[in-house]
Structure formats: C-alpha cells, structure tokens
Design a protein around this ligand. Structure first.
Ligand code: PLP
Length: 312
C-alpha cells in the first residue's frame, strides 16, 4: 500500500481552494486541475466505486462509517485499497482543511484504472484512488424543504441487485439519470425507481421512507444501505418511533401519512407530493419534521463527529 504520509505533504495553501480541492495521483491540487485518464475504466467501463461523506460546521459526520463502507465496496468489487483506512481519513481531513470549507461534500473514489494497452483483463488494471472536497451539496436546500419535494415514480426499473449490487456504492446511474429526466418532463422535482415486482427501491442519491400509522418503513432490498438511513433508524429508536425494513409497494406511496428521503446530501428531507397530488395534507409531516430537526441538532452538537483542524 502507498502511504499517504509519504506522498506529497499537503500544502498549506492552494489557489481558489474554497471552490474545492482534490487528491489525485498521490498529490493535492485545486479542483479545477483534477484530471482522470481517458483510458481509465472508471470512465470507459463505469468500473468504479465511491463514497460520500460530509462536514457540517467544520465537523465530519460518521467519517469512519463512510470509510468502512468504502472499504467494503472496494473489496466487494474486487479492487485493492491503495491506502489504509487511517490514511484515507488523513487525506479527507487534509482536503477539507485545505478548502477551509465548514460545510463540505467529500467524495472518495476508486476506479479500476487501466490495464496494459491491448489487455481486456480487469485483473491487470492498476486501481486508482481519487478524492475531493467541494462546497456542501443539497438534494433539497432548506428553503425547498419548507414545502417538501414533488416526487414521481419512474417507469424505469432500478438495475436489479442481482446485476449490480447496490450495497457497493457505484456510478451505475444510467437508470437514475434517465428516470430523473423523465420526472422533470412530468413536472416532478425528483424520482424514485421501482423494482420488477413494483416495490420501491431508491432514487438518485437517496433512500426513501414511508410513514403509515406511526411506523416508518424503508425498502429492505435493492438499495444502498445509506449511512443516513442507518442514522434514521437510530433517531427512531431514540424517540420511540417504530421502524421496519420491508417492501414499500409503489402503488401505496400516494396513500401514506408521510414520506421522506435520506441522503448525506441534505440529511432527512420531506416528500409532500406524488406527481402533483398531496401526500397526507401536502405539507411536511410532524414525524419528518421531528426527525429532521433532531438530525441537525445532533450533528451540530458533534454527534458521530470528527472535527477538522483548520489552519485558521
Ligand atoms: N442511494 C443511492 C443510490 C445513493 O447514491 C445514496 C447516496 O449518495 C444514498 C442512497 C444515500 O446514502 P447515504 O445516506 O449514505 O448518503
């Protein structure tokens, strides 16, 4: 394994660092200079895995959980970690420190890399590690969360887990991207994809939760096991809310009391309309509001937190 500590030591300053900083080929650079080989199979074959972790008010949330999931994805897709977990941790902390950003979106990526010219054997490829930190990204910013999102149920099915295992976080997003375009055409703001049995899976960058009779249910299968999803389970347990893993039929979504989504890109966010029709009373529900408030309160209080040691 390469050592992050022996590679180019992080500089103290980079130009335009608040726009973002990347770690490429063992060195830190401004995000505008980060480059990937055209021949990398991460690009040519979509053969890559990644993870996204965030900071809020200068503190990482569940950093070690994200790195552990990244390690499981890398192993599950038969790639090789280039750095040990504590080195990845150091790289990510350095990236955010360099940007100076308090609220950051931080991504670690492993691509298959490229084999010798002429080879089509993935075992011969040299895996590549990339990471970057940019300003925090929201699926729905706080002002949008006041009304909640209008969601569509896509006619496109999510890639089955037997084909691409969603537990290993990946960029096989063609279904999600096409579904999002379809949703925009239909006047919705986001989208959730069903599986072949007509049960909901997940959407572009989020897990989904349906609330009925006080119980919160989220799809058990065919989804990424989101770290925010796990956080929702913990918040439910803490506040004596019943939660379950189970099938959520697409046909039942409109009749739920409340619906919300979870993602590192925005936390817990209300869905208030299904293709324009109100879900419940069409406003963010009381349970969703309670969980969202608790999520941010606890994050701001340092729950599961790793503070960044900034230069200033
Ligand atoms: N599902 C998909 C397809 C995702 O890409 C993501 C996050 O990017 C999620 C779910 C939510 O996962 P997490 O809460 O770990 O951000």
């Amino acid at each position: 394994m390469a050592s992050a500590l022996s590679v180019h030591a992080p500089p103290r300053h980079l130009t335009d660092s608040a726009a973002g900083v990347a770690f490429v080929g063992g060195a830190f650079c401004p995000i505008s200079e980060a480059r990937l080989s055209l021949l990398d199979w991460g690009f040519l074959r979509n053969d890559a895995t990644h993870d996204v972790v965030t900071t809020w008010h200068g503190t990482f949330f569940r950093l070690d959980d994200h790195i552990a999931r990244f390690e499981r994805s890398v192993a599950g897709l038969r790639m090789t970690m280039l750095y040990r977990a504590e080195e990845v941790r150091e790289i990510l902390l350095s990236l955010v420190r360099l940007t100076g950003l308090r609220d950051a979106y931080v991504q670690m990526i492993m691509t298959r890399g490229r084999p010798p010219i002429g080879s089509r054997d993935p075992r011969q490829a040299e895996n590549q590690f990339f990471a970057h930190a940019i300003p925090y990204v929201w699926i729905a910013p706080p002002e949008k969360q006041e009304q909640g999102l209008n969601i569509a149920i896509s006619r496109i099915q999510r890639i089955p887990e037997e084909s691409v295992n969603p537990v290993y976080k990946n960029f096989s997003w063609m279904d999600l991207q096409q579904a999002l375009l379809e949703a925009y055409d239909r006047g919705a703001e986001t989208v959730v994809l069903p599986d072949r049995d007509g049960n909901l899976t997940e959407g572009p960058g989020f897990n989904i939760f349906a609330v009925k009779g006080g119980t919160v249910t989220t799809p058990a299968r065919g989804v990424l096991e989101g770290i925010t999803r796990k956080t929702v389970f913990e918040l439910c347990a803490e506040t004596n809310v019943r939660w379950a893993l189970g099938a959520v039929p697409a046909a039942a979504l409109g009749g739920m009391d409340e619906v919300f989504i979870s993602s590192s890109a925005g936390g817990i966010m209300p869905i208030t309309r299904l293709e324009g029709r109100p879900i419940g009373d069409g406003l963010p529900g009381p349970l969703t509001r309670r969980l969202t408030k608790l999520y941010w309160q606890k994050r701001e209080a340092g729950w599961h937190g790793t503070p960044v040691d900034y230069f200033d």
